[in-house]
Each structure stands twice: as C-alpha cells, then as structure tokens.
Design a binder for this molecule. Structure first.
Ligand code: KDO
Length: 340
C-alpha cells in the first residue's frame, strides 16, 4: 500500500482530486498511482550542464525503475524554486523534499560542520568519501538531523576549488591577491575562506557570478574546474590559479518529514537512488576534473600553479588565529587527518 501524500496538495491538485473523486463515484476509480504518487521536489542552484545537476536525472530514473508509479520526482535547477542556501529552511517548513546541502549551509546551524569549510583540511576526494561514510560522518549527520530535521543520503564530490580571475595577474602567494574582489557564496564561513586566501571576499549568489565577472563588479570567483566549465565562467575570465584550497562536497539530503512518510521499502529505494546519483556525479566529475586544464588552455586561459606551501601556511594560520579552534570539537581535526 502506498504511503499517504506527505504534503498539502495545491489548490489546483485539490480541485483535480475532487473532480476525480466525483468522477470515480459515478464511473470507476482512477488508477491508484494517479492518486497517490509521492511528490519529491528537488531544488538546486546548479546549472543543467553540471554533474550535480545531471545526477538528479539518474536519481529520478533509478527511482522510476525501482519503485514504478510511486514517486513524482520534480527537478528544479538554476535556483528556480528556492534561492541558493534557502533550501534547508524550505525543507524544514515542508515546502521542499530534497536538495544538495553544503557544509557551509549546515554550519549555519551545526557550527562544528564549519571544519569542512576551512581551506586545506580535507586532502583529496578519496579521503572525503571515507570521512563522510565513516564514524565522523555518522556523528555529524546525526547532529544535523536533530538540529535541521534533514537526513543526509549520500556524499557528492563537488570538486576541488580553484581561483578564477577576470584579468591575468602574477599570483604566487596570498599577498598577491591583496585588493582582489573575490566573489564567494554568501555566508560567513565562505567569506572567511576568501579573506584567508588573501583577497577581499564579496558575497554573491551563484546565479549572478557570470554577469559579475563579465561586468567587472567582481575580479574573481572560486569554484571547481567542472563548474567553471559548466557555468561558462571561462568565457568571461582569463586566468585560473590552481590553489586547490578546498576539496568541496555536497550532501544529498531529504527532509525527515518526507523520509518518515515513506514505507521502509520506499526509504531503501530512495537511499539507493541517492547513492546511484552521487556515484554518477563522483565518477564523472573526477574524470572531467583531470582533463580540464587542457580544455581551459585551449580556450586561451592562462593556468598557473602558485606557491602551494605559502597558501597552506597562510590559510591554516588564519583559521588558527580565529575562533575556529573553539567551534571545532576537540580532536576532530586530528581524527580527520588520521583518515587515510
Ligand atoms: C558556489 O556558489 O560557488 C557553489 O559552488 C557553492 C556550493 O556549495 C554549491 O551551492 C554550488 O555553488 C551550486 O550547487 C552551484 O554549482
């Protein structure tokens, strides 16, 4: 038996259901799935060409196959349903079922998560998967579920963040970024990272970055190379500096309310679909990331590698001298470093 519709139907849907009810009383009943499909609304700021947008199609197709007729998966990209960062609150209010949530968005409510917004903490994508699929992930996701009422289903590698500048500039150490207006996503942990890199951090929504670069209201942005390609930032920039300052991740998350409305079998299928989506994203992103330097060079961008030791030293010193040591649970950094 299908679980009941977890959300208040819209006025339009209500009218349809009433009409359907009247019609079925007169004639025969509608097929069961037409009345009881569970709607799963997804919202993401990702552009359709990026892997973490395409992975939602994998999620949908996986679910359509494993649970035919059970779900109506609705994919909304380009922040068309909720603006970037507003998704967790929408989920808590019952207005959204699924999204990809970032460490920075989680850290707004679960401050200990900010350790994953810090530069040069996670070493590589393999370590990232082990951290979040192991005991550290289990502990932090439990707190997240308690405080935010959302449940992490799988971990996506967003890529390793690099600097992307409008004009070519000699960038060897963080001091070479002095005065550069570096766009960062709009939360305090992102802005701290931008400043730690030596730039002047400026908050801006992802959807406005292309125009900001084109018009010159910002001098630079940071994102993983696959996103620089998918969002076409390379069209309006001239340089990439391979600082590799953040091995970034996103978590496919579902609201607890939506998850609890499902049968145990359906929950398992949603979980499996989220894992298939993350695997699709992770494999494709890793492969593409390793090939993109050549692509950008062909597009005429200058790609340079700075003094990475200087970046590590300056960024880590910034976190040490700020209050982050007090926010991060004692021993967590050491536990992360020990994951191999
Ligand atoms: C961005 O705004 O730079 C960012 O990369 C931050 C991520 O946490 C995530 O929100 C991502 O944008 C979007 O999914 C768009 O790719």
């Amino acid at each position: 038996m299908q679980t009941p519709f977890p959300l208040a139907p819209s006025a339009l849907t209500r009218r349809h259901l009433m009409a359907a009810g009247a019609a079925s009383a007169l004639t025969h009943s509608l097929p069961v799935h037409a009345q009881s499909k569970t709607v799963l609304r997804i919202s993401s700021p990702a552009v359709p060409d990026d892997w973490h947008a395409k992975m939602w199609v994998v999620f949908k197709e996986h679910l359509d196959k494993s649970a035919p007729g059970d779900f109506d998966v609705q994919i909304n990209l380009n922040a068309s349903l909720f603006k970037q960062g507003a998704e967790p609150a929408a989920m808590a209010r019952g207005n959204l079922e699924l999204t990809t949530v970032s460490a920075a968005d989680i850290a707004k409510i679960v401050p200990e998560f900010s350790i994953f917004t810090a530069g040069y903490v996670v070493r590589d994508p393999g370590q990232q998967q082990k951290i979040f699929n192991g005991p550290i992930g289990a502990e932090l996701f439990k707190t997240m579920s308690e405080k935010m009422d959302i449940n992490a289903l799988s971990t996506c590698y967003l890529g390793t963040r690099q600097l992307n500048l409008r004009e070519v500039r000699a960038v060897r150490t963080p001091s070479d970024l002095k005065g550069i207006k570096l766009r960062m996503p709009g939360s305090k942990d992102w802005l701290f990272l931008g400043e730690a890199l030596g730039a002047t951090a400026t908050p801006l929504a992802f959807g406005e970055v292309y125009m900001g670069l084109k018009s010159g209201t910002i001098d630079a942005q940071d994102n993983p190379l696959p996103t620089v390609k998918a969002a076409k930032f390379y069209e309006v920039t001239k340089q990439i500096v391979l600082t590799s300052h953040l091995v970034d991740g996103l978590f496919i998350a579902i609201s607890n309310k939506a998850m609890q409305s499902l049968s145990p079998a359906q929950r398992g299928k949603v979980q499996a679909a989220a894992q298939a989506a993350a695997t699709f994203n992770n494999e494709n992103r890793l492969k593409e990331e390793s090939q993109l330097v050549e692509f950008f060079k062909k597009e005429g961008l200058q790609v340079s590698t700075p003094d990475l030791a200087a970046f590590h030293k300056t960024v880590q010193a910034a976190y040490q001298s700020a209050d982050y040591g007090k926010i991060w649970p004692a021993g967590l950094l050491e536990r992360i470093n020990a994951v191999r």
